[in-house]
Ligand binder design. Structure first.
Ligand code: NDP
Length: 272
């Protein structure tokens, strides 16, 4: 049986083992997949130990994505842009390759699962942390009309705009500067929802046709941001469970060469 895992700290809450086991069952792949909590001070040693003990790859979650990026000897272009790795591939001759599937996960959930258009649309992203950095490249590749990043610490948004300037002219602002324009798609990439808080975004960014997307997810109730969007009359609002499943599917495909179906997995997680 081929061995895989998700590594993080904490990691016991992770849905990845359930998701990958569902993928394995559906595609008839003989794999094991566990959640392993690693010591933050020993990330590299622990990863090399997993590789030496026969694991073929790991998913990497908080707080190790940047360390995984530094460790990988070979990076995919999207991981290179993201500055973070969520998928490590242990290759022959002890080579470790790194990829980032968060961005493709988000763009598949938006475009394929929810039929949300990005091309020529006005997009507002709230937050400028690791997750937003990871998804910017794939979003910009879909050629939005305008993409604005608002962040509490504006300098972080400006740094992102600078780092992606070779792809697109990303606009940046503070929350106080928002309100003049309405946006077609508003993506919450902040971690405010982890404390049931909202980023201080004014209601006036919403138009009658605005769609909202929260990268955070809850299995059994709408997230704070989804509730905000619905209460303020957004046309549609989604949480990030689909993104989670889609990024996992892309990792599974990288490791196994087989693309699992995601729809039933997303439905199954919600029903559970
Ligand atoms: P980071 O810690 O790297 O960044 C957090 C961001 O949130 C920063 O921009 C920070 O602003 C902002 N922020 C935090 N609290 C508040 C607040 N109260 N008001 C306004 N802004 C706030 O986190 P990540 O980028 O790694 O994660 C962000 C979110 O994305 C999380 O909710 C995470 O669960 C989700 N995520 C979902 C995935 C999925 O598959 N669905 C995958 C990856 C992440 P500042 O810079 O000013 O501190």
């Amino acid at each position: 049986m081929d061995k895989y895992a998700v590594v993080g700290n904490p990691v016991s809450h992770s849905l990845s083992p359930r998701i990958h086991r569902m993928f394995a069952e559906e595609t008839d792949q003989d794999i094991s997949y566990e959640a392993l909590q690693l010591d933050p001070n020993n990330f590299v040693t622990e990863i090399l130990r997993l590789q030496a003990s026969g694991y073929l790859g790991v998913n990497v979650t908080v707080p190790f994505k940047q360390q995984a990026w530094k460790l990988a000897k070979k990076l995919s272009p999207r991981a290179q842009d993201a500055g973070a790795v969520n998928t490590l591939i242990f290759q022959p001759l002890a080579l470790i390759a790194g990829d980032n599937t968060d961005g493709i996960g988000l763009s598949r959930d938006l475009i394929v699962n929810h039929q949300i258009l990005i091309e020529h649309r006005k997009i507002l992203i709230l937050g400028a942390g690791g997750a937003v950095r990871g998804v910017l490249g794939p979003l910009l590749a879909k050629r939005p009309g305008l993409l604005t990043i608002a962040n509490r610490t504006v300098a972080k948004a400006e740094q992102l705009a600078e780092d992606f300037f070779h792809i697109w002219d990303v606009q940046t602002c503070s929350y106080e500067e928002l309100g003049r324009d309405k946006y077609d798609l508003i993506i919450n990439g902040t971690s405010a929802g982890l404390h049931n808080e909202l980023p201080p975004v004014p209601d006036s960014v919403l138009g009658v046709n605005s769609v909202c997307y929260d990268m955070m997810y809850n299995l059994n109730q709408p997230t704070t941001f989804v509730n905000w969007a619905i209460d303020r009359g957004a046309l549609r609002a989604y949480d990030g469970l689909g993104m989670l499943v889609e990024q996992a599917a892309e990792s599974f495909y990288i490791w196994r060469g087989v693309r699992p179906h995601t729809e039933l997995v997303i439905q199954g997680l919600r029903q559970d």
